[in-house]
Design a binder for this molecule. Structure first.
Ligand SMILES: *[C@@H]1O[C@H](CO)[C@@H](O)[C@H](O)[C@H]1NC(C)=O
Ligand SMILES: *[C@@H]1O[C@H](CO)[C@@H](O)[C@H](O)[C@H]1NC(C)=O
Ligand SMILES: *[C@@H]1O[C@H](CO)[C@@H](O)[C@H](O)[C@H]1NC(C)=O
Ligand SMILES: *[C@@H]1O[C@H](CO)[C@@H](O)[C@H](O)[C@H]1NC(C)=O
Ligand SMILES: *[C@@H]1O[C@H](CO)[C@@H](O)[C@H](O)[C@H]1NC(C)=O
Ligand SMILES: *[C@@H]1O[C@H](CO)[C@@H](O)[C@H](O)[C@H]1NC(C)=O
Ligand SMILES: *[C@@H]1O[C@H](CO)[C@@H](O)[C@H](O)[C@H]1NC(C)=O
Length: 476
């Protein structure tokens, strides 16, 4: 027959057979192993193309190293950057891996019972250059280990899941750090660099070797609904550290860690000054924090590119060293200004308000001691704190006082101690309705200081909305 003699039709027939065969195989496979592979979730961006890690040789046994499977899957999905984007599904299982890089227009989605485990082999975290705004690694001079999940020079990246887990298995790194056995700086769980339109949501981060979530030189970043857990004594396990980033929204997060829950940064001394990229327009809301040795929200100590327009509200903390803490020193340069916090409820802490102008710590001897940071326009309202050792320790820089500090409607229950209730040096500001009565450098100005300023405009990141996205395991 004519049809059979036509080679093109023949190829089409075979292709159809292969596709149908593939589909039924896939369905059979899924009936057995991946029943639960069609679902919906909330995200800022949905994708057209989907794959599962198992299609690229992933083995979720907690022993097999899956770095190549992650890289192959992401490399495959990178071809859809301008064709609806791709999502990578990580099914239930324990997925051991070394560092891998993400791509643009991409979603990494973790099932509720998926655990990405950081490899215990340092060689799986390849060395990379230090950040230009730091000039060296934060722990050690020179380069640094990659972060477990990295993205660089990307647009539109989502890391999310149904509360799946990313576990850095950091104990090995903490021990080496304590024993001075590391020649390079520890990696983070997630680092997104030189990128924009980032969402990190609905995940649990456990036991990072060091910081947990580090967006740097990036803009339009949302971090929402994540849980960060690390032992209270683990070194430098900061929660979320926006660093030289603009338009950042951190909300509904729960953080228990050995260092600051949120630390806003912008580079270190001469390197940060030269790089000159501030962190600005940051919203932090509905944050719950436990951090006995550090701050609920820290500004600095690396702030040499400047920090401005930070808006924190509805903050809850139990057992944290301080509330909002400003850390800087001569040599840093830069500025911390237009910082607003309202509605903080805290229990058990050393200092409710803490500012330090002599934090020290320099990258090397090349810093300029005359690079004096400017700290001004700092506004705190509606603060309740119980079981507090000191209400405020506010220490500016001699001849460069921290200015325009405003504290209103703050009620602190200070426990009996030998420490002064307030200790203020080299600062200037006002207060209203603050108990116990503030230091004389913050005189009560009556209603003129009430309420302390808080911006009323909306930031563009406020208006980014979520929609319903779908994942379906039957795809070609
Ligand atoms: C991942 O990206 C970083 C930064 O661009 C790069 O240094 C590193 O070599 C990349 N790693 C891999 C495995 O491609
Ligand atoms: C990433 O972007 C930065 C800043 O624009 C640029 O300096 C760097 O060369 C880019 N890296 C790559 C690998 O494209
Ligand atoms: C996510 O998991 C964490 C840690 O197990 C848990 O505390 C939290 O309640 C979970 N959140 C949701 C929304 O299921
Ligand atoms: C660190 O450097 C020292 C001296 O060069 C070397 O003996 C040691 O093996 C290195 N350690 C690691 C973990 O690379
Ligand atoms: C403080 O910030 C507010 C709101 O952004 C602004 O209106 C005001 O001018 C700033 N004050 C100073 C002294 O910079
Ligand atoms: C008060 O704080 C101290 C530590 O400063 C703590 O040991 C104690 O349990 C706290 N008390 C309450 C009632 O929270
Ligand atoms: C107050 O703080 C200053 C600067 O940190 C310090 O030198 C001084 O000893 C403190 N005063 C008291 C009474 O603790």
């Amino acid at each position: 027959m004519a049809l059979q003699r036509n080679p093109t039709t023949h190829i089409i027939r075979i292709s159809i057979l292969v596709i149908v065969g593939f589909l039924s195989l896939k369905t059979a496979e899924c009936a057995k192993e991946c029943k639960d592979e069609s679902f919906s979730y909330q995200s800022t961006k949905c994708r057209t193309h989907s794959v599962s890690l198992t299609e690229f040789g992933g083995v979720g046994d907690g022993v097999t190293v899956n770095t190549k499977a992650f890289q192959a899957a992401i490399s495959h999905l990178s071809q859809f950057v301008s064709d609806g984007g791709g999502q990578l599904y990580v099914p239930p299982g324990k997925w051991l891996t070394g560092s891998f890089n993400l791509t643009s227009c991409f979603t990494l989605y973790l099932h509720r019972d998926a655990v990405i485990l950081g490899s215990q082999d340092e060689a799986d975290w390849p060395l990379i250059d230090p950040l230009p705004s730091y000039g060296r690694g934060r722990d050690e001079p020179g380069g640094r280990y990659s972060s477990l999940i990295m993205g660089s020079n990307l647009t539109d990246v989502v890391i999310t899941g149904d509360n799946g887990t990313i576990d850095g298995q950091g104990a090995l790194w903490w021990d080496k750090f304590h024993n001075k056995q590391l020649n390079y700086t520890r990696g983070y769980l997630v680092e997104i660099m030189f990128s924009n339109e980032i969402l990190i949501s609905n995940l649990v981060f456990n036991n990072s070797p060091s910081w947990n979530v580090h967006p740097v030189y990036s803009s339009d970043v949302i971090v929402k609904g994540i849980t960060i857990l690390a032992p209270l004594i683990s070194p430098n396990t900061d929660g979320i550290n926006p660093d030289s980033c603009s338009n950042v929204r951190i909300e509904d997060c729960y953080i228990v860690s050995g260092d600051d829950c949120v630390a806003i940064k912008s580079g270190w001394d001469q390197y940060g000054i030269a790089f000159g990229m501030p962190t600005q327009h940051v919203i932090i809301r509905r944050l719950t924090c436990i951090s006995p040795t550090s701050a609920v929200i820290a500004l600095g100590s690396e702030m040499s590119g400047g920090i401005q327009d930070v808006r924190a509200e509805d903050i809850y903390a139990i057992n944290s060293e301080s509330g909002v803490r400003i850390k800087t020193a001569p040599g840093r340069g830069g500025f911390v200004k237009n910082i607003y916090a309202k509605g903080m409820t805290m229990n058990t802490m050393k200092w409710v308000f803490w500012m330090t102008g002599n934090y020290g710590q320099h990258p090397d001897n090349g810093f300029d001691p005359n690079a004096i940071p400017v700290v001004k326009n700092i506004s705190y309202s509606n603060i309740v704190a119980e079981n507090v050792t000191m209400a405020g320790k506010l220490e500016g820089i001699p001849k460069a006082p921290f200015k325009d500090i405003c504290i209103s409607n703050a009620n602190m229950e200070v426990v009996k101690s030998k420490k002064p209730i307030w200790n203020c040096t080299d600062i200037q500001g006002v207060s209203h309705d603050v108990s116990p009565q503030p230091c004389s450098l913050l005189p009560d100005q009556g209603s003129e200081a009430y309420p302390c300023p808080y911006p009323t405009d909306r930031l563009p990141i406020d208006d980014v909305e979520f929609k319903e996205c779908h994942y379906d395991s039957i795809h070609l």
